[in-house]
Design a protein around this ligand. Structure first.
Ligand SMILES: [Cu+2]
Length: 434
């Protein structure tokens, strides 16, 4: 496998994975080891310096790349002022549930100036996942992609030439710990991000001093197939994603292979990942890719319009090509911000496929033994067992999500966090089994 690192602004780095599958295939399971140093750095966007909590000084954080069956070891050093855990979103954690990183549930938050080592296998899963912090809303800046490649080196779809992480996120200029507190008591309508991002770039729609923010730029060669590994790392919003002039073939979601289908718009919900193939088959030119936050219409509380855009840039654009100047790439026509039908149909099209090959991968069952009826909802409850109280942004009520009318309340102090010895809070490399 050949890895090309492109230097990005502000010291950020995005990895492009040129995939030479034959070289990457096979071999024994390996240990993929990383050091994650969590600290606070100042980053400048929209003419403001903002203190953000990140891993290794990067937004988004470092990519974890493994092959199915590998062991992942992450040594986390917490140099931030917050208790931190990292959740490996979507990793099944077979026989390693203590490594799941759910703060106050599977572990005590890793205290400031302490360390913790996560160790788990990525077995029986292939595709795209992501990691994010799981204490408070800090995940808005503390996150990164997880790529799990097949050990055989083959996918159940035409082999992509190049893999590209596309992490849709949001740039916040507010104190995320405060945002989290406000949300738990019903939310504040002022708690919105400042902008949407693609791979940490706000894009050229933002321009506060006459100099546009950087775009994420993907250089493509005509005829090659690019696998875009889309991750929605935004706190709340679902996003629509399009690339002008290109179709996208959806082949995976949340590290599951799908029956491929072709579309020009992808909907990716907060926390979801979607893998798409994009063939560079358009006339050599520059094309915008765009991510737009969607939302239900009123009476739901409304958010501003959030759009980030990047550029797909062909190599060897002819000098006489029309509409191909750096300033005027073709822009995709995005769905309306309030169009929720598009995501309904997009997600209705996701159908699992029998991956074949690796018997460990999830197989789609052809019969149902038991049917479950689940209702999901969200609302507010009064504190102190009161039956009526004011709603929204006041401490008399707090927000709850529920399944079949059953909600979960995070403990103020988890039993183990109260009783385990101080050294256990941050230094343990093995689980406490009880
Ligand atoms: Cu998650």
């Amino acid at each position: 496998m050949c890895k090309v690192m492109l230097p990005m602004a502000a010291g950020l780095v995005v990895f492009f994975f040129a995939v030479l599958l034959s070289a990457a295939a096979g071999g024994d399971a390996a240990v993929v080891e990383h050091n994650f140093v969590v600290n606070q750095v100042r980053m400048r966007h929209l003419c403001n310096d903002t203190l953000v909590t990140v891993v290794n000084g990067q937004f988004p954080g470092p990519a974890l790349e493994a092959m199915e069956g590998d062991t992942v070891v992450v040594h986390l050093v917490n140099q931030s002022p917050y208790g931190i855990t990292v959740h490996w979103h979507g990793v099944k954690q077979r026989l390693t549930c203590w490594a799941d990183g759910a703060g106050m549930i599977t572990q005590c938050p890793i205290q400031p100036n302490t360390t913790f080592t996560y160790r788990f296998d990525v077995t029986g899963q292939e595709g795209t996942l992501w990691w994010h912090s799981h204490v408070s809303a800090l995940r808005a800046t503390l996150h990164g992609i997880i790529v799990i490649r097949p050990r055989s080196g083959t996918y159940p779809f035409p082999k992509p030439d190049v893999e590209v992480p596309v992490i849709i996120g949001e740039w916040w200029q507010r104190d995320l710990v405060k945002v989290d507190k406000n949300f738990s008591i019903g939310g504040s309508f002022d708690d919105n991000p400042a902008a949407a991002t693609i791979n940490g770039k706000l894009g050229d729609l933002h321009n506060c001093t006459g100099v546009a923010e950087d775009n994420f730029v993907l250089d493509v060669e005509p005829g090659k197939t690019y696998m875009l590994r889309l991750v929605n790392a935004a706190l709340f919003s679902e996003y629509y994603f399009k690339v002008a002039g290109h179709k996208l073939t959806v082949v995976g979601a949340d590290a599951n292979y799908l029956k491929p289908f072709t579309t020009d718009v992808v909907a990716v919900a907060a926390g979801e990942t979607i893998d798409v193939l994009m063939v560079a088959d358009a006339p050599p030119c520059r094309y915008y890719m765009a991510a737009l936050a969607n939302q239900p219409p009123v009476p739901d509380p409304q958010i501003p319009v959030f759009v980030s855009r990047g550029v797909v840039q062909y190599k060897n654009i002819p000098s006489d090509a029309q509409n191909c100047t750096e300033k005027s790439p073709l822009m995709p026509v995005m769905p309306d911000q309030h169009d929720t039908i598009t995501t309904f149909y997009f997600h209705g099209n996701l159908t699992g496929m029998q991956p074949g090959g690796n018997p460990l991968l999830p197989q789609v069952r052809d019969r149902v033994d038991e049917r479950l009826f689940l209702t999901l909802g969200k609302g507010s409850m009064c504190t102190n067992n009161k039956t009526s109280c004011k709603r929204g942004g006041n401490p008399e009520s707090f927000e709850v999500a529920y399944i079949n009318n059953v909600s979960f309340h995070l403990p103020e102090t988890a039993w183990r966090c109260r009783t385990c010895p101080a050294g256990h809070r941050g230094r343990s490399t093995s689980p406490t089994r009880r």
